[in-house]
Design a protein around this ligand. Sequence first.
Ligand code: HXC
Length: 513
Amino acid sequence: MRLLRQERDELHRQVLAGKPEAIARMRAQGKRTARERLALLLDADSFTEIEIFRRHQARGIKIDESRPHTDGVIVGSGTIDGRRVFVYAQDFTINGGSLGVAHAAKIHKVMDLALATGAPIIALNDSGGARIQEGVLSMDGYGGIFRRQVEASGIIPQISVVLGPCAGGAAYSPALADFVFMVRDTSNMFLTGPDVVAAVTGERVTHAELGGADVHGTRSGVAAFVHDDEESCFEDVRYLLSLLPSNNLEMPPSAPARGATEDDRPGLADMVPAEPNKPYDMRAVLEEIVDDGDYLEVHEQWAANVLCALGRIDGEVVGVVGNQPLVLAGVLDAAASQKAARFVRFCDAFAIPLVTLVDVPGFLPGTEQEYAGVIRHGAKLLYAYCEASVPRVQVILRKAYGGAYIVMDSRSIGTDMSLAWPTNEIAVMGAAGAVDILFRKELAASADPERLGAEMRAEYGDQLTHPYFAAERGLVDDVIDPAKTRSAIARALAMLRTKRKQAPRRKHGNIPL
Ligand code: HXC
């Protein structure tokens, strides 16, 4: 028995030790080992490893020369702030973290357990992709991951943290997750690497230029969060999880109430300039609305003309969507519509109430946007809001024009409570554009078109865009003192907390993907 125990202990030691030379190479690149990453991510001593002795059983070119422990992935479960999560961490030091049959089976196992127990799944990706020596079986392994991700979508939160290469079809695993984290200088994602790109298109790019963290955080929108190092990255993963329920049957975790229903913020009125086109930072408004000014912004650098953030109001988690007048005057465009639509859909799936802060001049005009499919992408946001059954509160701070007004959670598409500041101006379009269209002939014939135009614009404003036009017609529930924005939202959310909305049965709708 003693010998058997010694053998077991020795094997266990080997599993934990890994390959020292490969680990040294990894450290030289500024990366941590898979086990160090798990230790940073999870609560101390909370990790239970699963299938610890599993190795590959493959035969063939080069593969049967060695059967390294773990097969390049460590899987199991631990806690984050005391709450259960399932994890898998790919280990680049073992066969480049490549995915073969055993590697895939270990991942499938924790994914199944995460879904069965209703706990979030977190993937730490660091892999050369499908294990070439195991051929089609590697691809079959990936297919099993993708299918499980889709089955678990909207049931448990799925987070991908890309900490090294993530190439080829493997990139579709992060793409199917709810949130992707990346780290500058070490992580990259692409479907075809620089060599193939050069061979096929003649274009020469580096790994970072093709699919580095900044590319995906600013241009493609694949990464929701970009960090300078692994520590700050894991801190934000933990913060994100503190704002999410473990599954779709639970409510997001509450914090103690903060007296928000009585909390006036006199500074708010001065944050928004009276002139409709003057920029300001919507984040400053957001900071006054959420508890302690704390929030987690999603896709901070991509489509920054719309702001999406998770935070708390009176201790309860909310998802905030806001136009950002600081970037492109806060217009909606194709990218902003996609970003906000996916965020709204995530919040709705996980019982997170939506607060929409509106100050929008419209959709961005032009061939570039039309060719980019702004109609199709704008429809995504429309669809996401129309279908959202969580509590919904809209606040119109300044202007809200045209289709963008409707899309930003207007009464007509189902907001539960529409609040507006006395500076609100809601219309099909601004006064200048409206007068040009309606009075083109009169202005052309006038001896003093300047004066006539000014008169017409004033009349348009008096008749159609005055602050009580929408409220008198029931499209706005209250015109509020800006100082009371936080308290009014908190009261509305308290009123709506038990909202339930049953949709008629259907297989699924046809969202304009
Ligand atoms: C088997 C692999 C591997 C792979 C890397 N390795 N990728 N082994 N299958 N896919 C091994 C290497 O042979 C090497 O083994 C070790 O991992 C470290 O790799 P290096 O190349 O030395 O590391 P580095 O220079 O850092 O380069 C990393 C890399 C490169 C950029 C990821 O290895 C690479 O380009 N790999 C192939 C990427 C790829 O094309 N994958 C297939 C994508 S298609 P030794 O024994 O020397 O230490 C795909 C299809 C998925 O994934 C389909 C899903 C539907």
